[in-house]
Design a protein around this ligand. Structure first.
Ligand code: NAD
Length: 510
């Protein structure tokens, strides 16, 4: 259940927002809409958004199809020029987009600002690819023959994004798709439609031609599923939970789609006995409770050497108890609400499981906050479990909330096994002063991202992003690696010998 469905009485008159299809802002085909509510105060209605269905998806795909040839043939440096303009527009509106994001998603404004900044960084960095999009040349095996490889756009791309990075994640998909010459239909998380709309409106303002970018608002089953099933969509780029992603991959197989999946995580920080414990505690706080733990890279396990275990746990719990929970729009708030009622119930459910599991000790937190203004939103106390065994459910499953588990260990190999023995493989970290241990851990940790002496979060847009095992299906976003998602390779052979030359058959005499 999304927060949108739990509307109470609106405080102010409600704004109505539309889909963006073929360059027009339009209502849903059914005329239905849903409310977007502030998770810190569900009496605050941000607006009504179209509750779209298959008909809207079909219209959007048709618009993307009509715009495809012209956009594909527009020289990539020209496409990039428009994207640089988009970067300027995002920069000029950063403060407003930040506040609006906090209001609909809940994360504190500092972090929402980082989210918008990531979209800006992604736009500038990826637009630069308009003058690269490198292919390669290579010798041919026959004389007077030329061989080269170029990238070609894949066609119409369906982009499906989650709630937790409302502008950054759509931009990670949208900008590379566009610079590569594809047209797109975007379906963002239903809890955060305004941030995606702000991004798409900025695309319109930048002068991206009609039909190249289309936005269809709505829910997974009504909008996401028909987009995945549409025969004219060539690629689905998805970020979200592993269960949804796996289901999407199965559907994509029916129509031979390319599918790139960025999914869940159960990330861990290792704290060695020689670590700077103060620094490790600060990193753990940021990693576990930033964005209220609703990051795919959240540090939801803290794997701590027995020699510093007591000291680390004491300092951690002391600092966690000081964290200020509240509305993300207030400057002093450090931890905002979680996204919706269902998420809150799931997280509280895991806290209950943790308390029932053998050995684990609830060291602090554990409750929903309900007094005063807290009662209007979805607030959970930052929660720490200590003495967690690696195989417990709270040590294995993605909780996606302000809950972390501290797990003791004795040797680095044991710690590495603990980190690796979960279904996911997104991010890991190690705190140590010993270069040998750091390099050994970097080699052995089977994750897509690994940090030394910082938490599991903090990706930069020019490095590849993604994970192993149940976190992904082998693709990487960001960096130049994302171009391999949004283009297909075409090998070109030019024979200028003026005669028939048969590769592998007409052997060249030396
Ligand atoms: P979710 O899977 O519930 O939803 C993601 C998107 O999929 C939403 O837009 C939703 O409407 C859509 N969807 C739902 N059912 C669908 C269906 N049947 N067909 C097509 N689309 C459908 O995820 P969420 O709760 O929004 O996000 C949290 C999850 O995202 C966590 O598991 C987190 O780890 C993951 N995540 C991963 C990364 C990464 O890069 N690996 C980044 C951010 C979030």
């Amino acid at each position: 259940m999304v927060k949108a469905k739990e509307a109470k009485k609106a405080k102010t008159s409600t704004k109505t927002f539309h889909n963006y299809i073929g360059g027009e802002w339009t209502k849903s085909a059914s005329g239905e809409s849903f409310e977007n509510l502030n998770p810190a105060d569900t009496t605050d209605v941000i607006g009504r958004f179209p509750a779209s269905n298959e008909e809207d998806v079909n219209r959007a795909v048709e618009a993307a199809k009509n715009a495809a040839t012209k956009w594909r043939r527009t020289p990539a440096p020209k496409r990039a020029e428009i994207l640089f303009r988009l970067g300027e527009i995002l920069r000029a509106n950063k403060d407003r987009f930040t506040r609006e994001m906090t209001r609909e998603m809940g994360k504190v404004t500092k972090e929402a600002g980082g989210d918008v900044q990531e979209a800006i960084d992604c736009t500038y960095y990826t637009a630069g690819e308009g003058r690269r999009l490198h292919g390669f040349t290579t010798p041919a095996e026959m004389p007077n023959k030329f061989a080269m490889c170029v990238r070609q756009p894949v066609g119409i791309c369906g982009l499906i994004t989650p709630f937790n990075f409302p502008m950054a994640i759509p931009s990670w998909k949208l900008i590379p798709a566009l610079v590569c010459g594809n047209t797109v239909v975007l379906k963002s998380g239903e809890d955060v439609p305004l941030s995606a709309l702000n991004l798409v409106k900025s695309c319109e303002e930048a002068g991206i031609p009609k039909g190249v970018v289309n936005l269809v608002n709505g829910h997974g089953a009504e909008v996401g599923a028909p987009l995945v099933g549409h025969k004219d969509v060539r690629l689905i780029s998805f970020t979200g939970s592993t269960d949804t992603g796996r289901n999407i991959a199965e559907q994509c197989a029916q129509t031979n789609k390319i599918v790139s999946l960025e999914m869940g995580g159960k990330n861990a920080i290792i704290v060695m006995d020689d670590a700077d414990v103060e620094n490790a505690v600060e990193g753990s706080l940021w990693g576990a409770f930033g964005t209220s733990g609703q990051r795919c890279t959240a540090s939801s396990r803290l794997v701590v050497h027995r020699k510093v275990y007591k000291k680390f746990c004491e300092k951690l719990v002391e600092r966690v108890k000081q964290l200020k929970v509240g509305n993300g729009l207030e400057a002093k708030t450090e931890v905002g609400p979680v996204i919706n009622q269902a998420a809150m119930e799931k997280i509280l459910g895991y806290i209950e499981i943790g308390q029932k599991e053998d050995k684990a000790k609830l060291a602090c937190g554990g409750n929903r906050l309900t007094r005063g203004d807290y009662a209007k939103g979805y607030f959970i106390e930052p929660t720490v479990f200590t003495d967690v065994a690696p195989t417990m459910r709270i040590g294995q499953e993605e909780i996606f909330g302000p809950v972390t588990s501290v797990i003791p260990f004795s040797t680095l190999d044991e710690a590495i096994d603990i980190v690796n023995n979960v279904p996911y493989g997104l991010s890991s970290a190690i705190y140590t002063q010993d270069v040998n241990q750091a390099f050994y851990a970097m080699q052995e940790l089977y994750t897509g991202i690994c940090y030394v002496n910082s938490a599991t979060i903090g990706a930069e847009v020019h490095l590849p992003f993604g994970g192993t095992k149940a976190t992904g299906n082998g693709h990487r976003e960001a960096g130049t690696q994302v171009l391999d998602i949004f283009t297909e390779w075409k090998s070109l052979y030019v024979d200028y010998s003026g005669k028939l030359q048969r590769a592998q058959i007409d052997l060249v005499e030396i």
